[in-house]
Write a protein that binds this ligand. Structure first.
Ligand SMILES: [Ca+2]
Length: 340
């Protein structure tokens, strides 16, 4: 009797101990994650510090110039003779520091516009993006059309992973739905869409709280308030009938090989020549076919379209889609940046 009680008490204590261990293990794991994050930040600070010291040895001090590129004050060799101005080497590409997006990079170093590697999530491999460091700075571009050299009429896998070229500022690309989802999954982000017609006239549209869900939900689109000059084409246009058939808010992504639109008779992506958040089908088609010259004739309105600005039968010359955290305060004190 006494023996069995003893065994019972021992088992009870062992179970309690196991429970506490599991909780403790969980807490320890969280502490380790936090410490790892701290170490990453400190490592970044250390690298920046070393980099500054290295350059301060050669040059007396840093100077921020108005166009936001870092330049260096040359050492004066005598009263009247100065060495020519030197610009810093590129800090993109191979450097081991990875910011979560272009806004973090801009806050840290204020580099010039260009391609940089970012890492929005700890679990993701870093990837290359074009950072627009003008217009207030800190914009991560997810789409660019500029010359029609890249074919945007592609399949699901291409839109998922991204395509185009990532080398020069004149390169066209789609950043990739997985990358876009990762970029927008943390906090609220603003999407700014910049447009230019074939006469060089520009316009823009801004959407608050722009979000794209993951692949399980077919990269469904959600956004908040519109502001801007080009009109709210993403919401389908001016009247209720247009909005019912063409609002892209809440729509899943479709491509030529995956039809998730609301058009029962066919696939909008096939007719409109691109991957997009089609409804029945669209009032904005920025991944459509690139027609030179603006106005075009075709069976379907499949050009690079922003209907509320130039109509469904005008294909735009330049488009850019770029995102930035809503809380980001740029150097001119506005979320939207300057406009022409
Ligand atoms: Ca369909």
């Amino acid at each position: 009797m006494v023996m069995s009680q003893l065994v019972f008490i021992l088992m009870f204590h062992a179970l309690t101990f196991l429970q506490i261990s599991a909780e403790e293990e969980c807490e320890t794991f969280e502490v380790i994650l936090k410490l790892k994050e701290e170490i990453r930040k400190l490592n970044n600070k250390l690298l920046i510090g070393e980099w500054k010291v290295m350059h301060l040895r050669n040059y007396r001090r840093f100077k921020l110039v108005p166009n936001l590129e870092l330049s260096l004050e040359p050492k004066k060799t005598s009263e009247n003779i100065t060495e020519p101005e030197t610009t810093l080497p590129s800090i993109g590409g191979s450097l081991l520091i990875h910011d979560k997006d272009c806004s973090e990079l801009y806050d840290r170093l204020k580099p010039a516009s260009g391609f940089y590697r970012i890492k929005p999530k700890a679990s993701l491999e870093p990837f290359l993006v074009y950072c627009d460091m003008e217009d207030g700075g800190g914009w991560t571009e997810i789409q660019k059309r500029i010359n029609g050299k890249v074919d945007f009429d592609r399949k699901w896998e291409d839109y998922k992973n991204g395509f185009g070229h990532f080398q020069s500022s004149k390169d066209e690309f789609w950043l990739g739905n997985d990358h876009i989802h990762a970029l927008l999954s943390d906090g609220e982000n603003v999407m700014k869409i910049e447009l230019m017609d074939w006469k060089g006239k520009r316009s823009y549209a801004i959407y608050d709280n722009f979000r794209v869900s993951d692949e399980k939900d077919k990269y469904r689109l959600h956004y908040g308030m519109y502001s801007g000059q080009a009109g709210d084409a993403l919401s389908g246009g001016a009247n209720m009938v247009e909005q019912w058939s063409a609002s892209h808010n809440g729509m899943q992504f479709s491509t030529q090989d995956q039809d998730h639109d609301r058009y029962l008779q066919g696939n909008c992506a096939v007719e409109n020549k691109g991957g997009w958040w089609y409804n029945r089908c669209h009032a904005a088609n920025l991944n459509g076919r690139f027609y030179r010259g603006g106005e075009y004739k075709a069976k379907y309105d499949n050009g690079v379209v922003w209907s509320t600005w130039r109509g469904l039968w005008y294909s735009l010359r330049h488009t850019t889609m770029k995102v930035r955290p809503s809380v980001y305060m740029d150097n001119i004190g506005s979320g939207g940046g300057p406009t022409e």
